[in-house]
Design a protein around this ligand. Sequence first.
Ligand code: HEC
Ligand code: HEC
Length: 447
Amino acid sequence: MKPAVSSILFTFGAVATVTLLLTGATAPRSASAGTSGDAFDYRVLQNNFQLFHEGQRIFRFDTFGSEAFWGDALKLHQAIAGQANGGVGGGVSPETALAVGLKVDSEAIPRSVATALRQGKVDLKNPATTLALLKFGAVVGVKGTFDRKGKLTAVGIQCSLCHSTVDDSFAPGIGKRLDGWPNRDLNVGAIIALAPDLSVIANLLGVDADTVREVLHSWGPGKFDASLLLDGKAFRPDGGAAATLLPAAYGLAGVNLHTYTGWGSVTHWNALVANLEMGGRGTFYDPRLADAEKFPIAAKRGAFDVRNTPDLVTSKLPALHFYQLALPAPKPPRGSFNAAAAERGRAVFNGKAQCATCHVPPLFTEPGWNMHTAAEIGIDDFQAMRSPDEHYRTTPLNGLFAREKGGFYHDGRFATYRAVVDHYDAHLHTGLGESEKNDLVEYLKSL
Ligand code: HEC
Ligand code: HEC
């Protein structure tokens, strides 16, 4: 289960340290007590590797104590285990887990099991197999807690549940981790709806469990509604689901505001998510959520000022932040776009189509206050009005290809690249011709 990358990094760290020492820097007697520039450079370097390594571990594996919510309150572990394994109902087989979009980390599976899997000797219809995968820590984003007899007693969730996928190198849904790539197959609503006890959510929303299930099933794959347990708005005015797409967590360095509606910085949102969305146990302060008119559920549950002892979140925020900013946007595979057309499309993007006025390359969002009204981008303001700033944030476009599934814009309303381009062409009256539109699409695919 040791990620090979970290050993490479440690090797790199050692080489870099040696280089630093060879290039005249004297070995700091005590790195932490050093006052010379060289000693401090050395500490910076060490800090760099430490934050990265810890951040990766936290992003992938930390549950922030969210077992209290997913286990104790929702009792999701009982539904996963099934009656035959001390839980309730039929249990969740690996087949079902993969069908709701959960991913399996092939590097966490012991070799003998991997061989058996390849030979078709593993029963993928049996919930006991899911329990084994949980014991290996192989289900991306879900951690199982087992008692001494091997019974599943709780589950907790990790950032990687929604913000990582796998490369399918072993089999569909099974492969090496791709951190920061949104899992657009993951049906978060369907997974939560499996929970035998939805009373915490029902009580917060003031509805019955069936209504909660109806809401959860309205989301569909690749979506989650991070505002539901803040404002209680389950549906859009037109009756559609109020959920948003799971966004990329890569390519965020240099970007000022985060989330589709610019709630705050990466680390603000990390703290909000760990405490308020995942059900982790830490500290969170955001007085904007005390507005009972706008955020009735948040105000009721005291989400504006959360204090837990012990605090299982705050000490993890620096490394978590660092790791996310270190995640580069992936490059599209060769041959997935027409390079000559993309090159022409670049000129359209930067010129006639006016895209670059907001999506400023190479960041592809505005350096500065990257927020716009709904009217500026020609859409309704429902989701914007659910956020404190009541605007939409200019989405950074790097690595767009890795989130094509589920569509574009916060709710996936534009199913294709072409639909996005047509929307802007009509809204901004740019009068693009057919070949300019095609070139622009190829450029978007190339980012
Ligand atoms: C249940 C799924 C889920 C989990 C788990 C989750 N997130 Fe998210 N995340 C989302 C959704 C949905 C959004 C978009 C919210 C919005 O824009 O309103 C989001 C947005 C973000 C963003 C903003 C991205 C951008 O484009 O600016 C960051 C950063 C982020 N999450 C980090 C994390 C971290 C760190 C964790 C773990 C502490 C985490 N998330 C756990 C679903 C999830
Ligand atoms: C006025 C500023 C502005 C201009 C001009 C603009 N955009 Fe955007 N763009 C935004 C904002 C804000 C969003 C987020 C909308 C949302 O999520 O609902 C966005 C979202 C997008 C997305 C969706 C990204 C995703 O991950 O869902 C794409 C693609 C995009 N823009 C491409 C373009 C192209 C191509 C042009 C030029 C034709 C353009 N934009 C012009 C502000 C702008």
